[in-house]
Design a protein. Structure first.
Length: 74
């Protein structure tokens, strides 16, 4: 857990969480509605927020950007 909770870690984890929020929100929009007026925006925000929380929890394991655990390719 080297580098966790430093300023660099918070920035990297925040950027990842923001990107994950956007991906989660887009996934909810894409599966929910065909037209903009059919979108349940509360559901979109909830899905994005849940994705961001999960991203932060996974970042506790380590972030390659700050010298943490390396991601493996499968």
């Amino acid at each position: 857990m080297n580098g966790v909770f430093t300023k660099e870690w918070w920035v990297a984890a925040g950027v990842r969480a923001l990107k994950t929020f956007a991906e989660g929100a887009l996934a909810v929009i894409g599966t929910q509605a065909a037209f903009i007026h059919e979108v349940n925006w509360l559901m979109v925000l909830s899905g994005g927020a849940l994705a961001a929380v999960v991203s932060f929890l996974l970042a506790l394991k380590g972030l390659p950007e700050v010298g943490g655990e390396r991601e493996t390719e499968n």
